[in-house]
Design a protein around this ligand. Structure first.
Ligand code: ADP
Ligand code: MG
Length: 389
C-alpha cells in the first residue's frame, strides 16, 4: 500500500522525499448502540480495514488533499487562511475540519501540507470511515508539526468536535475513540459518561466476527439520528424533574422502571428504555465475555438488535432480513445491526465451521429477497491510528 500511495504522492507533488506513511482503522461496535451520546457504555473494536495516508509539510499556506478512492475530485486545494467548509471540497471537508478544529483549540499550523489517502472501509456503511479519516488527519498533524501535548484521546475528541461543528453530524465519541485507541485482538469497554475505558481481550478461538454490508443507506439516516438524540434529551429532562442524574446511562433498569412514569411521551419512553437497557446489556456482555460465556454475549447481541428494531426504531427491512437469516443458522452465536442504523452493516459472531454456510446461504437469500448482493467481511481486530513509517 505504501508504494502505491507514495507513487501517487510523487506523481502529484514531485517527489515522495520527506513524506511519512500513516494508518487509521475503521471500527465495528460489538454491543452498546446509541448509548454513546446517552452517557452509557459502548464496546467497539478497531478493524484491520482502514485508511492509509502519506503526508508532508509544505513551505507555503496551501493544503492539498487527494483521495485515491475519489480520483474524480482531483487535488482539493484549501488554504490555512480560509478554514471554512465548502461544498466543492466534498470529502476533503473531513480532513480540513480537523485542521480547523486544531486551530480552534489553539494549534495554528504555520505552513500547509500535502496529503494523499486511500482506504478500504466501505464508506457510509456504519464502519466509521469518516472517523478513520479524521483521526488519521489528527495523527498526521501532530506528527508533522511536532505537537506533543495532545493524547490519542484528545485526537478522538478533536475528530468528534470537527465532525459535529465543521461537518454538521452530531455523532457521539465512540467512533473516533475506537479508531484512536484501538488495540489488536481487544475490544474497548468505554464509559462515555466518564471516558474511563478498559481493554477486553477477544479470544474467539473457534469463531469469527463477520460483518455483513446490506449495501443500503436510507436517506433519513442523518435526520433520524438527530431526532433520536432530541427524544433522549427530552426523556432525560422529564426524568430530571425528580431525579438527580446527568445522563440516561446513570440509571439502572430498576431505577428506570421505578421512575419511567415521569416520561409522558410514549416515543420518548421507548427511546429512553433502549438507552438504559442497552447500557446494562453492554455491561453484562463484557462480564459474560470475561467469564468466557460467549453464548451469553451472543444472546445479549440478539436482544440488542430487538431493542434497536422495536424500541429505538433504527433498523430497516434489509437489515432485519440479514439478522433474521443469521439467527436461523446453526453456529451463529449472535447477530445484530451495528452503527447508526437505517441500513449499513450487521455484526455477527459465527463459529468457524459455519462461516461458509453463513456467507453462502445469507448471500443467496438476501439477493433473492432484496434484489442486490450483500457483502461479507470476516474481520480481524487491529490497532488504533499511528504513523507507520
Ligand atoms: P461512515 O463513517 O459510516 O463510513 P460517513 O457518511 O460518516 O459514513 O462518512 C463517509 C464519508 O467519509 C465519505 O462520503 C467521504 O466523504 C469520507 N471518506 C471516508 N473515507 C474516505 C476515503 N478513503 N477517501 C475519501 N473520502 C473518504
Ligand atoms: Mg461516519
Amino acid at each position: 500500500m505504501k508504494q502505491k500511495l507514495f507513487d501517487k504522492f510523487a506523481e502529484l507533488f514531485g517527489t515522495p522525499d520527506g513524506a511519512h506513511f500513516y494508518f487509521s482503522p475503521g471500527r465495528v461496535n460489538l454491543i452498546g448502540e446509541h448509548t454513546d451520546y446517552n452517557g452509557g457504555h459502548v464496546f467497539p473494536c478497531a478493524l484491520t480495514m482502514g485508511t492509509y495516508g502519506a503526508a508532508r509539510k509544505r513551505d507555503d499556506r496551501m493544503i492539498h488533499f487527494y483521495s485515491m478512492n475519489l480520483d474524480r475530485f482531483g487535488v482539493v486545494e484549501a488554504s490555512l487562511d480560509d478554514l471554512t467548509n465548502k461544498n466543492e471540497y466534498n470529502w476533503a471537508n473531513y480532513p480540513l475540519g480537523v485542521v480547523w478544529a486544531f486551530a480552534e483549540k489553539g494549534y495554528n499550523l504555520d505552513t500547509g501540507f500535502d496529503m494523499v489517502i486511500w482506504g478500504n472501509i466501505p464508506n457510509g456503511s456504519g464502519l466509521s470511515s469518516s472517523a478513520s479519516l479524521e483521526v488519521l488527519t489528527g495523527v498526521i498533524l501532530t506528527d508533522l508539526y511536532g505537537i506533543t501535548d495532545l493524547s490519542m484521546t484528545d485526537l478522538a475528541l478533536i475528530g468528534q468536535y470537527s465532525e459535529n461543528n465543521f461537518n454538521g453530524c452530531n455523532c457521539g465519541i465512540m467512533d473516533q475513540f475506537a479508531v484512536a485507541m484501538g488495540k489488536k485482538d481487544n475490544a474497548i469497554f468505554l464509559d462515555t459518561n466518564t471516558m474511563k475505558y478498559e481493554y477486553a481481550p477477544i479470544h474467539l478461538e473457534d469463531a469469527k466476527i463477520v460483518i455483513t454490508n446490506s449495501k443500503v443507506k436510507h436517506s433519513l439516516v442523518d435526520s433520524a439520528y438527530n431526532d433520536r438524540r432530541q427524544e433522549c434529551t427530552d426523556a432525560l429532562a422529564a426524568l430530571k424533574t425528580k431525579l438527580d442524574i446527568n445522563a440516561l446511562g446513570d440509571l439502572t433498569p430498576d431505577e428506570f422502571e421505578a421512575n419511567k412514569d415521569l416520561i409522558t411521551d410514549p416515543v420518548q419512553l421507548k427511546r429512553a428504555k433502549h438507552a438504559v437497557y442497552e447500557n446494562q446489556r453492554t455491561i453484562d456482555a463484557v462480564a459474560a465475555l470475561r467469564d468466557g460465556d460467549i453464548n451469553k454475549f451472543g444472546q445479549l447481541m440478539n436482544q440488542s438488535h430487538i431493542s434497536l428494531r422495536d424500541d429505538y426504531e433504527v433498523s430497516c427491512e434489509e437489515i432485519d432480513i440479514l439478522v433474521d437469516l443469521a439467527w436461523k443458522i446453526p453456529g451463529v452465536i449472535g447477530s445484530r445491526i451495528t452503527g447508526g442504523g437505517f441500513g449499513g452493516c450487521t455484526v455477527s459472531i459465527v463459529k468457524n465451521d459455519a462461516v461458509d454456510t453463513f456467507i453462502n446461504d445469507i448471500g443467496k437469500t438476501y439477493k433473492e429477497k432484496v434484489g442486490h448482493e450483500a457483502e461479507f467481511y470476516t474481520v480481524d481486530i487491529g490497532d488504533g491510528a499511528s504513523r507507520i513509517d
